[in-house]
Design a protein around this ligand. Structure first.
Ligand SMILES: Cc1cc2nc3c(=O)[nH]c(=O)nc-3n(C[C@H](O)[C@H](O)[C@H](O)COP(=O)(O)OP(=O)(O)OC[C@H]3O[C@@H](n4cnc5c(N)ncnc54)[C@H](O)[C@@H]3O)c2cc1C
Length: 377
């Protein structure tokens, strides 16, 4: 396990204290949750502390910190159940802008992220899910810019985001990975309609409909027709972000389950002292430790080798963290008996959040495929 520096330990404690202070009780969380899964009020407080720009470069007002600090922030925020649903998509998208956007766009968008704006990224389409390179939302060249027509689906945080990074088809060749380009689309752009999708977890995902939506040339992010390789270069960061978040969620499930089974008595003793539950908690603790090792090992490697891709390790992080959080939150509910099923406790909300993590960010079937291929299979 990498050793956290004293500064990193202090940072983890600061995020922990912030969550305890702001969202330590269900009543506090409910107040922030009133506007939906992303509380701008709470996120603004995080931004005011300099945390929203944690990985944004100092030249854009950010902290310029590394992946380890990023993971600490996400792990502790999720463990603290801070209702800032936009945090993951924002960090994933900001990393893409930082790598590929023009200087003007970086100043505007990354400066905005530091100030508390949130972002979203639009890749998936109804007919392009796991096979996302098959996307067909079209950007056609016109005088001074591009005309976008088509649909995106599942786009997290789009209804709150100040801008969306759109991945669209600019050319159709016989190779589907070619001819893809990234575009900056500010919220409120004419020709873009955003429609929330009702899900088990609320209304955090959205359909996006583009109808003759004009995007000027200066809003191309990176190079025309190079979007696929630009996307791939962000995978270390994307999977680390998802991994650290699911690690924090699993830890919260463990904390809550432990508290409940220590307090709940049946047959005259705490239910947690029955071996059936004690052994499962031992397994949960061990799974958390394994996940932590994978997450922070990759974070440290990526910090030491910023231009290197780690496809095997990144997919392992995504696979392990999400399988662990999903299994743990479901089993946590079982250990809480009927109480885990009520909305009086957080177990059901944690389960609803974890259960879909094995699907987004590349399904776990796809992650296993990637890992298998790195062994020549
Ligand atoms: C909550 C949530 C948030 C999301 N947020 C975003 C977002 O912000 N931006 C965005 O662009 N997208 C987002 N997505 C989309 C997400 O990335 C896709 O749902 C995901 O890639 C899977 O695509 P699909 O749902 O179309 O499933 P499909 O690709 O249709 O897959 C169906 C099943 O078949 C399996 N399968 C497919 N192909 C293979 C294969 N080759 N080998 C083995 N198994 C395979 C899958 O693993 C899955 O079990 C989000 C999705 C959800 C549910």
């Amino acid at each position: 396990m990498i050793e956290f520096t004293p500064e990193q330990q202090a940072f983890a404690q600061a995020v922990r204290d912030f969550c305890a202070r702001e969202v330590g009780t269900r009543e506090q969380r409910a107040r922030y949750n009133q506007d939906g899964p992303h509380s701008q009020e709470l996120y603004q407080k995080m931004a005011d502390l300099g945390w929203a720009g944690i990985i944004v470069g100092e030249e854009y007002g950010g902290a310029g910190a590394g992946n380890v600090e990023l993971c600490i922030f996400l792990e502790e925020s999720l463990r603290g159940m801070a209702p800032v649903g936009g945090i993951g998509p924002t960090f994933i998208t900001a990393a893409a802008y930082e790598k590929f956007a023009t200087e003007e766009l970086k100043q505007e968008v990354l400066g905005g992220v530091v100030a508390g704006n949130s972002l979203s990224i639009a890749m998936s389409e109804p007919e392009a899910g796991s096979d996302v390179a098959n996307l067909s939302c079209k950007a056609e060249k016109v005088d001074g810019g591009w005309l976008i027509n088509g649909q995106k689906t599942w786009i997290s945080n789009a209804a709150y985001a100040t801008s969306i990074l759109l991945i669209a088809r600019t050319e159709r060749t016989d190779k589907k990975h070619e001819g893809i380009t990234q575009f900056h689309v500010p919220a409120g752009t004419k020709g873009l309609e955003i429609v929330p999708i009702e899900t088990l977890g609320g209304r955090e995902q959205n359909d996006l409909y583009f109808t003759d939506c004009f995007i000027p040339d200066e809003y191309v992010v990176g190079q025309v027709n190079q979007g696929w390789w630009q996307l791939m270069s962000g995978l270390n960061t994307e999977r680390l972000i998802l991994g650290a978040m699911q690690l924090g969620l699993a830890e919260r499930s463990f904390d809550d389950t432990l508290k409940f089974i220590t307090e709940r008595k049946q047959f005259g003793r705490p239910v947690g002292t029955f071996q059936a539950l004690r052994h499962r908690m031992a397994d949960h603790a061990t799974e958390i430790e394994c996940t932590k090792l994978l997450v922070y090992n990759l974070a440290a490697k990526a910090d030491a080798n910023p231009t290197q891709m780690f496809p095997r390790e990144a997919s392992m992080v995504k696979l392990k963290s999400t399988e662990v959080s999903k299994a743990m939150t479901i089993d946590g509910m079982q250990m809480m008996g009927g109480y885990g099923y009520t909305t009086e406790f957080d177990a059901e909300a944690l389960m609803r959040s974890a259960i879909i993590s094995t699907v987004y960010g590349g399904t776990n079937e796809i992650q296993r495929d990637i890992i298998g291929k790195t062994y020549g299979l």
